[in-house]
Design a protein around this ligand. Structure first.
Ligand SMILES: Cc1ncc(C[n+]2csc(CCOP(=O)(O)OP(=O)(O)O)c2C)c(N)n1
Ligand SMILES: [Mg+2]
Length: 796
């Protein structure tokens, strides 16, 4: 690699950077006169000025220099802008390198295209102000700050040829997720993974306050980065002529270090944690923009964050300053008479797929290889009789995942992400062939730990989820297994990823990427040993609110349903799949053929638990979720014994989205099917895993939706017995029976008589007595009553 950049190269780089800055300012301000070939007038200015200037010149400076590095070295680089609000800078760069016009031919190279580029930015019908989904080369919007490094590491895992440059805002660096994400280097294997080059952009400010790291001494910043395992390289200043050569030299040094680390590790074939380089870039916020406006300093202050000149249309002085500012980039030297970037500068961009906007890793679906999945039926548990034998359902999934690892070892495109709970979540069979990943020393006392593992255990839901997101965005597959309550830690990331997918599927050029699969286990109902803090099913509500085009929620009631659901999710693309099932031993209901059929339908009547032959049930007992299924089936069992005259139908819902009407969700069942399951007007007692409002929301618009009486998690929890949990929340079999008895009686205008009647009040009293017995028993014996703990399904 040639060292020391020449003066001629510096001049060209500077011109390229000026072109990017010119296009950035143009996008924020202009709706006409893109090349300033006539004097700037108020009508050339957009009526609403929306965008962020402050971070943009820094982002473009880095982009231009990476172009240079790529051309010099043929490096395979993608660019993640943490401060994604600098969208106009990245748009300017992908436009200059030509990728933008290839994808969006309307925004062509030349004056008319440039005008479109400007007019579309942050305007109705145009493109958002962030480095968003429509931006070529982006796998990271940077809207919600904090995730740039987790995405970068996820992209680098199992991509040995890739360098992921992650620009970290100094404000962003104050977020919890970013602070935790430096730890990625403890999991980055120089033999089999790519490299992450963090560039901490210390422009000193966030929106209006100084940043913590911006006001810290270089020694402190150095200590932080060294402590996290990096070798920091500082580049500070504001004179472009000096900064270009310094930054080019630093990039070259960092590139050489990365190469040396990887070459050495790969030659030896042994991996250990490397001290990876990181850059600290200290430049003024709003660099090269207006020095001061209305007597107040702007460049190098927080005032540069968004739109430094805010009254350009009405204030002639602001208009003059804008024209002066844009002309300071000397557009006449940068663009030819047609408004195209002059050839000598266009030649600075890398070619083809090496352009960062065109890099296939940033359109991961282009590189996606489907997983080689084992036949999931091979892991089936035998179910001779429903509800007769308890099994740990997730353990079966662990066996299947073990073989997913085995079958995809060559493609190296599957990882399991889990906050240190793989064993706890009963997925430990994966360790028969896979190990946990760590680049730190491995002690003889450690369990299945090695630098080559693809089970990623870091006690950070943000890292787990963000790594998986980065991994799938670059076309690979995985599963994030979390305690149910703590998936809420990264719920906001789930939301942001869903938004990304919602927008991504609208763009034909973005190829489908593997789904984000989240397994929620150690659930609210069976965290009886950890207590209230661990009892929270809130992520269901979060995913329920996302668009039907991308959101999926599955509540398999047993192992065979879980296997079928997991197989489906691992094959799917472009979804957020939430799978909710507990890890504790639980009764199994369906043999594999029945489970397959049930999961294919998403919801069905469990005839074996019902005592009506698709006639006219007196009550429908429905459930979604494993523990609710146990309680509803036990309620049906009790009613069939004590009120055999009562016609009970049991419905199980595994795909929650089937409850929605088809206009809300593509899985929503048509009205005919809905009525076949739930009748048109019979009362439905619905036991639900999560907060009951979710079911009311889902069945809104269905015939007589008010007949759904939902019991769910009611924010009652503590360290107690499993049955006490359901009692406390009013979802126990006895509560469900009481509800069913009350509703079935109330629904009839005329009381049933003779052979069709049953003693409602007396039966309700029996249930109440059972609940009273429970209260006494559990306080005396500290365990559940045998009638509950040892309960099994038996035919009536
Ligand atoms: C999680 C989150 N909180 C708050 C914001 C609002 N916000 C947008 S930009 C910004 C300042 C960012 O500062 P910095 O990371 O230093 O970026 P730069 O200075 O490069 O603009 C803030 C607080 C956000 N986008 N995301
Ligand atoms: Mg900043």
């Amino acid at each position: 690699m040639p060292s020391a950049i020449s003066q001629e190269q510096i001049d060209k780089l500077d011109a390229y950077w000026r072109a990017a800055n010119y296009l950035t300012v143009g996008q924020i301000y202009l709706q006409d006169n893109p090349l300033l070939r006539e004097p700037l007038r108020p009508e050339h200015i957009k009526p609403r000025l929306l965008g962020h200037w402050g971070t943009s010149p820094g982002l473009s400076f880095i982009y231009a220099h990476l172009n240079h590095l790529i051309r010099q070295t043929d490096a395979n680089v993608i660019y993640l802008a943490g401060p994604g609000h600098g969208g106009p800078a990245i748009l300017a760069n992908v436009y200059l390198e030509g990728t933008y016009s290839e994808i969006y031919p309307d925004v062509s190279l030349g004056a008319p295209g440039m005008k479109r580029l400007f007019r579309q930015f942050s305007t109705p019908g145009g493109v958002p102000s962030h480095v968003s989904v429509p931006t070529p080369g982006s796998i990271h919007e940077g809207g919600e700050l904090g995730y740039v490094l987790v995405h970068a590491f996820g992209a680098a895992f199992d991509n040995p040829g890739l360098v992921v440059v992650a620009v970290v805002g100094d404000g962003e660096a104050e977020t919890g997720p970013l602070e935790g994400s430096w730890k990625g280097v403890h999991f980055l294997n120089p033999v089999r993974d790519g490299a992450v080059l963090p560039i901490l952009h210390l422009n000193g400010y966030k929106i209006s306050s100084p940043t913590v790291l911006g006001r810290s001494s270089d020694e402190e910043v150095t200590s932080l980065l060294v402590g996290e395992g990096y070798e920091p390289h500082f580049v500070a200043g504001q004179d472009p002529s000096v900064m270009h050569s310094r930054f080019a030299a630093t990039l070259e040094t960092c590139w050489s270090k990365i190469r040396a680390i990887q070459d050495d590790a790969r030659a030896k074939g042994t991996a250990r944690r490397a001290r990876w380089p990181a850059i600290v870039l200290k430049t003024p916020k709003g660099w090269t923009g207006p020095r001061s406006v209305d007597g107040l300093p702007v460049e190098g202050t927080f005032r540069a964050h968004q739109v430094p000149l805010s009254n350009v249309r009405s204030n002639p002085e602001h208009l003059r300053l804008l024209e002066q500012w844009m002309k300071s980039y000397r557009p006449e030297e940068l663009f030819d008479e047609h408004g195209r970037l002059v050839q000598s500068l266009a030649a600075l961009a890398p070619k083809g797929d090496r352009r960062m906007g065109a890099n296939p890793h940033a359109n991961g679906g282009r590189l996606r290889l489907s997983l080689d999945l084992p036949p999931f039926v091979e892991y089936a548990v035998p179910v001779a009789q429903p509800g007769s034998e308890p099994r740990e359902s997730t353990r079966q999934l662990g066996k299947m995942l073990r073989d997913v690892f085995k079958r995809n070892a060559t493609n190296q495109n599957f990882r399991l992400f889990c906050p240190d709970e793989t064993n706890s979540n009963r997925l430990g069979d994966v360790f028969e062939i896979e190990t946990r990943c760590s680049m730190d020393p491995v002690l003889p006392t450690d369990d299945h730990l090695s630098p080559n593992g693809r089970v990623m255990e870091v006690l950070s839901e943000h890292n787990c989820q963000g790594w998986l997101e980065g991994y799938t965005l670059t076309g690979r597959h995985g599963l994030f297994a979390s305690y149910e309550a703590f998936a809420m830690v990264s719920a906001s990331m789930t939301v942001q990823h869903a938004k990304w997918l919602e927008e991504g599927i609208k763009l034909a050029w973005r190829k489908p990427i593997p789904s984000l699969n989240i397994l929620l286990t150690s659930t609210a109902w069976r965290n009886d040993h950890n207590g209230f803090s661990h009892q929270g099913p809130g992520l269901i509500d979060v995913v329920l609110s996302k668009k039907g085009t991308v959101s999926r929620i599955y509540l398999p009631p047993d192992a065979n349903c879980l296997l079928s659901v997991a197989d489906h999710c691992l094959r799917s693309c472009n979804y957020v799949n939430l799978i909710v099932i507990d890890k504790q031993p639980q009764l199994q209901w369906l043999d594999m053929p029945a489970a397959r059929e049930h999961c294919a339908k998403g919801a069905s009547i469990w005839r074996w638990a019902s005592n009506e032959e698709d006639s006219d049930p007196d009550i429908v007992l429905a459930a979604a979720g494993d523990i609710p299924t146990l309680e509803i089936v036990a309620a049906a069992w009790w009613l069939r014994r004590h009120a055999p005259q009562m016609r009970v139908r049991v419905v199980n819902v595994v795909d929650l989205m089937t409850l929605f009407t088809p206009d809300v969700h593509p899985h929503g069942m048509d009205e005919g099917t809905f009525v076949q399951l739930f009748t048109r007007d019979r009362d439905v007692v619905f036991a639900f895993h999560g907060y009951q409002r979710a079911i009311h929301e889902s069945v809104h618009g269905r015939p007589h939706a008010e007949r759904f009486h939902v019991r769910g998690f009611n924010e009652e929890g503590t360290t107690t017995t499993p049955f006490d949990m359901v009692v406390r929340n009013g979802i126990s079999r006895y509560h469900l029976c009481i509800e069913a008895l009350r509703r079935a009686a109330a629904a009839r205008a005329e009381p049933l008589e003779g052979a069709r009647s049953w003693p409602t009040d007396a039966l309700i009293d029996q249930c109440k007595a059972a609940l009273a017995r429970h209260e006494t028993y559990v306080r005396e014996h500290f365990e559940d009553m045998p009638e509950v703990a040892a309960w099994k399904w038996t035919d009536a």
